[in-house]
Design a binder for this molecule. Structure first.
Ligand SMILES: Cc1cc2nc3c(=O)[nH]c(=O)nc-3n(C[C@H](O)[C@H](O)[C@H](O)COP(=O)(O)OP(=O)(O)OC[C@H]3O[C@@H](n4cnc5c(N)ncnc54)[C@H](O)[C@@H]3O)c2cc1C
Length: 472
């Protein structure tokens, strides 16, 4: 006899666990099947949280290394970092947060079924590994099985020397050298972490610029800053071969000029993207439409099979580039739970999703890049303001970068705000509200920005868009 729930969620990442909490808040009897030993999925266990914990260590190390600049004397001994302690603290942060999700499950009376699930059709879910159970959803199943690191044909990931982000977050030694394939958010964040810890870092990016989804000006600024920090970037380049030995990897890189560079490195980190996880789910067996491995959904996250929804990294909406981000998966989970509970739901405007990259300097962006706005036919107006002019940036010794506004000349509408520099991952929140409210540049100009703050760069960039920045 199947155990019945209103809603059964498969996967307890940021998509699944948030959907479950919202469903339970709305009075739906909810179960979550999760195969890992802890709740939270990629974000809490392998992604956002461990990487940002390591970046906080890298930042603390940077301050300690420059202690003299701050008038702080640490004596004559060299400033060093203990990776054992770094890893232990990172693990404490992760455990604290996963336990927090467990607490929220108990508070909301959500059953966590510890095992691996597959779909059996007609509302059925079979937990076939772990806590084996037969379940049935009275209202809806939400598939939130997420993503996993994707390899590259011809490069064998041995998880010892040729590694993914899953292994990189747990390294207990500081590599002397590391080559990073891919300069998306994951690649450049690890570049910043290892560079700060003292590794010699080389990035190999297939496309002509770093962080290729960002505005071109942001990519150029990051490349300049990385160069200053001693990070080598090969753009328009490709790893053509990689052979792992016991202590090193031999890597061949085909450079943009057509020559091959041979590099021997301690580690090769493959950070070329993530693919959907549907293995063993019987997705096609129950009739779900699959596109390039992703589960096809409509704008309210309904799959092709009534009674089954899907959210997060595992989905495609049919347009290229569904963002694989924790906050996107959570927003999709909330909308889905509310729809199942009978509330009015509206599709997400993916043009208003903020993206944050926590490299040094940080990147925060929302909306259209200059190139995207032009491609959509807008008569574009640009305003840029450098952080370096601000008093607050000078005090903090963080003067690299700028805020760039992309606006429509005709109606003065804000189309995109892109920033690289100190606290950009926080400042982007203001930009996101502005876009969500469909604000004009004029409204951002009239918004008073406190002094002295980094946020003044946003206000000044708005002034600059009208050709009237006060401080530049
Ligand atoms: C290194 C790294 C850094 C990142 N940093 C950020 C960041 O700073 N900000 C940001 O927004 N995003 C970041 N991300 C992306 C973010 O982690 C993902 O977008 C997010 O976790 C997706 O959530 P999800 O719920 O769709 O899937 P996941 O988090 O992948 O969760 C899916 C869950 O489903 C479980 N599961 C799968 N199949 C089954 C099954 N058959 N039965 C039971 N359980 C199953 C898995 O065990 C997993 O726990 C990062 C990712 C990585 C790898």
């Amino acid at each position: 006899m199947a155990e019945e729930y209103d809603v059964i969620v498969i996967g307890a990442g940021t998509g699944g666990y948030v959907a479950a909490i919202r469903a339970a808040q709305l009075g739906l009897k909810t179960a979550v099947v999760e195969k890992q030993k802890a709740l939270g999925g990629t974000c809490l266990l392998w992604g956002c949280i461990p990487t940002k914990a390591l970046l906080e260590h890298a930042h603390a190390f940077k301050i300690a290394q420059h202690a003299k600049d701050w008038g702080i004397s640490l004596g004559s001994a060299a400033v060093t970092i203990d990776m054992g302690q770094v890893q232990a603290r990172k693990d404490r942060v992760v455990t604290g947060l996963t336990k927090g999700v467990e607490f929220l499950f108990k508070k909301n009376k959500i059953d966590w079924i510890k095992g691996t699930a597959r779909l059996t059709g007609d509302g059925g879910v079979d937990v076939f590994e772990g806590d084996q159970r037969t379940l049935r959803a009275r209202k809806e199943i939400i598939v939130a099985t997420g993503s996993a690191p994707r390899g590259v044909p011809g490069i064998e990931i041995d998880r010892k020397r040729i590694i993914t982000s899953d292994e990189a977050i747990g390294l207990r030694e500081i590599p002397k050298t590391i080559v990073i394939m891919g300069s998306g958010a994951v690649g450049v964040e690890f570049a910043s972490i290892f560079n700060r810890f003292g590794s010699d870092v080389t990035i190999v990016e297939l496309l002509p610029r770093l962080v290729p989804v960002e505005d071109e000006a942001v990519s150029a600024e990051l490349e300049k800053s990385f160069r200053k920090q001693g990070i080598t970037s090969h753009t328009g380049a490709r790893v053509t071969a990689a052979k792992a030995g016991a202590d090193a990897v031999d890597v061949d890189v085909l450079l943009a000029d057509g020559t091959t560079k041979k590099i021997q490195t301690d580690y090769l980190l493959v950070a070329t993207g993530r693919g959907p996880v549907t293995t063993g789910l019987n997705a096609e067996g129950v009739g779900l439409q699959i596109e390039k491995g992703y589960i096809k959904v409509d704008s309210l996250f309904r799959t092709s099979v009534p009674g089954i929804s899907a959210v997060g990294d595992v989905i495609t909406l049919g347009t290229p580039g569904h963002p694989q981000l924790a906050h996107v998966s959570s927003a999709e989970g909330i909308i889905t739970a509310e729809r199942i509970a009978g509330q009015e739901s509206r599709p997400i405007n993916y043009d208003h999703v903020p993206g944050c990259t926590y490299c040094d300097p940080e990147i925060g962006s929302v909306g259209l890049t200059e190139a995207e706005a032009k491609a959509r036919g807008y008569d574009v107006r640009i305003g840029t303001f450098p952080f370096g002019i601000l008093g607050r940036a000078k005090m903090a010794q963080e003067t690299d970068g700028f805020v760039k506004i992309v606006a429509d000349r005709k109606y003065d509408e804000l189309l995109g705000i892109h920033m690289i520099g100190p606290r950009s991952t926080e400042l982007v929140a203001e930009a996101t509200v502005a876009l969500q409210m469909e604000s004009t540049v004029e409204e951002l100009i009239r918004t008073i920005h406190a002094h002295p703050t980094f946020a003044e760069a946003v206000g000044e960039a708005a002034h600059a868009t009208h050709g009237a920045a006060i401080h530049s």
